[in-house]
Design a protein around this ligand. Structure first.
Ligand code: ZN
Length: 245
């Protein structure tokens, strides 16, 4: 099983696996085909992040970017975006790992009111367990990586169908990925500000929630303590939120 560090390195490396690389290329082209006419080609994480930032304040580009492209298969679009959000969250969480240790964060919480317990995917009869935040994130990323590398779940060959339960799996993956944003916002926002990556985090979260709204992937309760922030973000009312200033 890959460790989170090697997973992150692998995913941040421009030499992505053929599956990810193909999906991301298509994704970038899609992003690139929306928004204003002065758009330029984006071909790397850094560029896509910068592109997304430029568009954050400029209205509906992100909202457009999440829409299913004409003629695209919904499952394929889900797969492209799951890979993208997995990479974004891995990268964002990677910037604060030195501040998020079993000592500083012995439980995977978002405020003191929400604790996310880990359900061992190999043994669903076992009750969910409390884990440290880094332990939870590592288990989560390893669990998702297993699907990304599994041709029977995330097929890359033309004509190979996605499994019937794929949309349900995407919902579960997105629900769990959101918890990493929630932990970062609720417990590491000062460090994120100090590192100067709050704009990246906000853009990434906004993109994520717009995508979830577009395809009804998360329920309001899944946002937990972030519900208010998310609904304001969806209303485009970010200026009024101190945390985003
Ligand atoms: Zn933490």
């Amino acid at each position: 099983m890959p460790t989170i560090r090697s997973t992150r390195t692998f995913r941040r490396n421009p030499e992505l696996s053929p599956a990810s690389s193909k999906r991301q290329q298509e994704y970038y082209q899609t992003i690139n085909s929306t928004g204003d006419p002065n758009q330029k080609r984006v071909s790397s994480h850094k560029e896509i992040r910068e592109y997304a930032e430029q568009t954050l304040g400029s209205g509906s580009a992100l909202a457009q970017a999440v829409k299913l492209p004409k003629g695209e298969d919904t499952n394929e679009w889900f797969a492209v975006n799951v890979v993208n959000f997995y990479n974004q969250i891995n990268m964002l969480y990677g910037t604060i790992t030195e501040f998020c240790s079993p000592k500083t964060c012995p439980r995977m919480i978002a405020t003191q009111e929400y604790e996310y317990l880990w359900q061992d995917p190999m043994n669903r009869r076992k009750p969910p367990v409390s884990m440290s935040a880094p332990g939870y994130v590592e288990a989560l990323m390893t669990w998702i990586q297993g699907f990304l590398d599994d041709e029977s779940v995330f097929p890359t060959k033309m004509g190979v169908p996605f499994p019937r339960q794929f949309p349900a799996l995407v919902k579960t993956i997105m629900k769990r990925l959101f918890r990493v944003y929630a932990h970062m916002y609720c417990h590491h926002f000062d460090e994120i500000n100090e590192l100067g990556i709050q704009a990246h985090l906000n853009t990434s979260l906004k993109h994520f929630v717009l995508f979830c709204r577009e395809f009804h992937l998360l329920q309001p309760k899944d946002y937990g303590p972030m519900g208010d922030l998310v609904s304001r973000m969806l209303q485009g009312d970010t200026k009024k939120i101190g945390i985003l200033d």
